[in-house]
Design a protein around this ligand. Structure first.
Ligand code: SAM
Length: 209
């Protein structure tokens, strides 16, 4: 996966490549999907949701420019795979999942695998995790109609927010928002992506998705 999918597509950060080689992806997919765990694609994890393609996980982690003691917020825990990769690269990781079944499964899985510094919450991640803010990086793994104001506000100065944003719930462009001062944010586009919809108060409404 690392040599054939990540390096040829431009993942150069050694820490990211090493994290991707350490996290056992087969432990994050349903049993009938284990044979495809290292395939170059997203896979179904139940509840109509997916574990993201390995390249996308690595690209978002690289673009977040993480240091070992960074505090990171992830929106969309899903299988818990992305949270485990972030935990290999940063300090405390906070992750929010809105689906109760996936939240329970990923909590049990991450505990079993020893990821003690991943903190999980079930709820609407578009509102962020105010008690644990500010964050050095925020990674949103579902696509919203715009950047949620709460997430921008919960970025530390110098912090990076990665989020797929698009006019339709299933086609987005990946944005990196960097907070350069209290009131100043810089926006960059990192290319087109396809994520499941971000559903919540500052995302899509359930019926729109
Ligand atoms: N990071 C995940 C992984 O490694 O398996 C991939 C997650 S999947 C592409 C996106 C997840 O976002 C889904 O599990 C979905 O239920 C969740 N989601 C959508 N809207 C959300 C919200 N407002 N708050 C929290 N989770 C949300």
């Amino acid at each position: 996966m690392v040599d054939e999918q990540l390096v040829p597509r431009g993942i150069r950060d050694r820490r990211v490549l090493s994290a991707m080689s350490r996290v056992p992806r087969e432990r994050f997919v349903p049993e009938h999907m284990v044979a495809y765990a290292y395939s170059d694609c997203a896979l179904p994890i139940g509840e109509e949701q997916t574990i993201s393609q390995p390249f996308i996980v690595a690209m978002m982690a690289q673009s977040a420019e993480l240091s070992a003691d960074d505090r990171v917020l992830e929106i969309g825990t899903g299988s818990g795979y992305g949270a485990a990769v972030l935990a290999e690269l940063a300090g405390d990781v906070y992750s929010i999942e809105r689906n109760t079944i996936l939240a329970r499964q990923s909590r049990e899985r991450l505990q079993r695998l020893g990821y003690a510094h991943v903190h999980l919450r079930c709820g609407d991640g578009t509102k962020g995790w105010p008690d644990a803010a500010p964050f050095d990086a925020i990674i949103v793994t579902a696509g919203g109609p715009e950047v949620p104001e709460s997430l921008r506000e919960q970025l530390a100065i110098g912090g990076r927010l990665l989020i797929p944003v698009g006019r339709s719930p299933r086609h987005q462009s990946l944005r990196r928002v960097r907070r350069v001062s209290t009131d100043d944010y810089r926006n960059e586009g990192l290319g087109n992506v396809v994520f499941v919809p971000l559903i919540g108060e500052q995302g899509w409404h359930e019926e729109e998705s």
